[in-house]
Ligand binder design. Structure first.
Ligand code: AMP
Length: 213
């Protein structure tokens, strides 16, 4: 199974991806997490950190390399859940070529929907584990102990790009560069719209129903 989770930053892709990973037992591949890992390990330079922190898109070639390498791993043979990739039509074409070469198909592209007001609220309250990338929210997904990850005990932090001045830019970048990917998948009849203005359990059920067809 190959599921692509699509939607504006803050719509809940990462949270649902983690739930799908548990249910279907296939890896959750987040291009954002892979890129942040490059920065944390000091493999990438300040340029990459600055692009991410300001909310702009990283150049396609670097994204192809890190996502492509990850998808070639044995663990991904049974399928994978993509979160945050593709983010441009060129990246969607890259993914198409990749799955064709593997003689497989994308199962479904989940188009998560929410109002701008909702995503701004979600991003502003989001906290992330500095160790295992688990996602929390100050109001909606609280950890048992404030500031500490339930899963690994790591410190919860606010991402630099979840700060108010960057959130606006990320939404603009989404509208200009990422939203055209919806048309690309609509033409291929792979798209399923999911309303995310409801409790998380219901969003998850709707997503599973769309994937299982
Ligand atoms: P995310 O964790 O998906 O919100 O991604 C965080 C940041 O990483 C984005 O704002 C971009 O700077 C970068 N990024 C993640 N995925 C991609 C992608 N597919 N293409 C380009 N840049 C990306």
């Amino acid at each position: 199974m190959i599921a692509v989770l699509f939607g504006v930053p803050g719509v809940g892709k990462g949270t649902i991806a983690a739930m799908l990973n548990k249910k279907y037992g296939i890896p959750h591949i987040s291009s954002g997490n892979l890129l942040r890992e490059l920065v944390q390990k000091g493999i990438a330079g300040e340029d990459l950190k600055s692009i991410i922190d300001k909310g702009y898109l990283v150049q396609d070639l670097l994204v192809y390399k890190i996502v492509g390498d990850r998808l070639k791993e044995k663990e991904c043979e049974k399928g994978f859940i993509l979160d945050g990739f593709p983010r441009t039509v060129a990246q969607a074409e890259f993914l198409d070529d990749f799955v064709k070469q593997k003689s497989t198909n994308i199962t479904k592209v989940i188009n998560f929907k929410a109002s701008e007001k909702t995503v701004i609220k979600r991003l502003g309250g989001r906290r992330m584990c500095s160790k295992c990338d688990a996602i929390y929210h100050l109001q909606n997904i609280k950890p048992k102990k404030a500031g500490i990850c339930d899963k690994c005990g790591g410190e919860l932090i606010q991402r630099e790009d979840d700060k108010p001045e960057v959130i606006k830019n990320r939404i603009e970048v989404y509208k200009k560069q990422t939203a055209p990917v919806i048309d690309f998948y609509e033409k291929k009849r792979l798209l399923a719209d999911i309303d995310t203005e409801k409790p998380i359990e219901e969003i998850f059920e709707d997503t599973c129903r769309a994937i299982d067809g």
